[in-house]
Design a protein around this ligand. Structure first.
Ligand code: NI
Length: 180
């Protein structure tokens, strides 16, 4: 296993559209997934998309397990989504804070659909169809954006709710009020 370098906002590779995975049996794919998982855990991410490690392929992983960067989030089991497609978005939206390992130290409030349905393949190439909501739906929307070359600052509606996590009064208030 290996911890990979995460590329940062400004790197043109983050703006590329990723291509679908076609060979699910390749050893290269399985090694890449294992290394992405180790990298996400080391950096305390709740999600990671292959473009963030400079690989322009449609691979997303996510996991929430007592995460220090998101202390109030419910746990989500490790999941690997290959060639994911969001096929339905709830009309109801909600705002919440997001961070990204490609923008270390920053947070922004982004509007996302409360619930989504998606199709994907798992790491063995089996088709998956799921409906998820809340923070789980938010992570997948954020990661699928990465596959399309989009970073969350492009989705901000209020630039005052974007900044460094240790300097944003509104972010700190939310965090403290949720866990007094
Ligand atoms: Ni991200």
């Amino acid at each position: 296993m290996a911890v990979l370098e995460i590329i940062k906002m400004g790197d043109p590779k983050l703006g590329l559209k990723s291509t679908p995975v076609t060979d699910f049996k390749s050893e290269e794919l399985q090694i890449l997934i294992v290394n992405m998982i180790e990298t996400m855990r080391i950096y305390q991410g709740v999600g990671l998309a292959a473009p963030q490690i400079g690989v322009s392929k449609q691979i997303v992983i996510l996991e929430v397990a007592q995460n220090a960067r998101y202390p109030h989030a419910d746990n989500i089991e490790l999941d690997v989504l290959i060639n994911p497609k969001i096929i339905d978005y709830s009309v109801q939206n909600e705002f919440d804070w997001e961070g990204c390992l490609s923008l270390p130290g920053l947070r922004g409030q982004v509007q996302r659909s409360k619930r989504i349905s998606y199709e994907a393949y798992d790491r063995e190439g089996r088709r998956v169809n799921k409906t998820v909501h809340g923070f789980h739906a938010r992570i997948i929307q954020h990661e699928v954006d990465h596959l399309n070359g989009i970073l969350y600052p492009q989705k901000l509606s209020d630039f005052k709710k974007f900044g460094f996590e240790d300097s944003l009064p509104t972010f700190l208030e939310t965090t403290n009020s949720a866990n007094p």
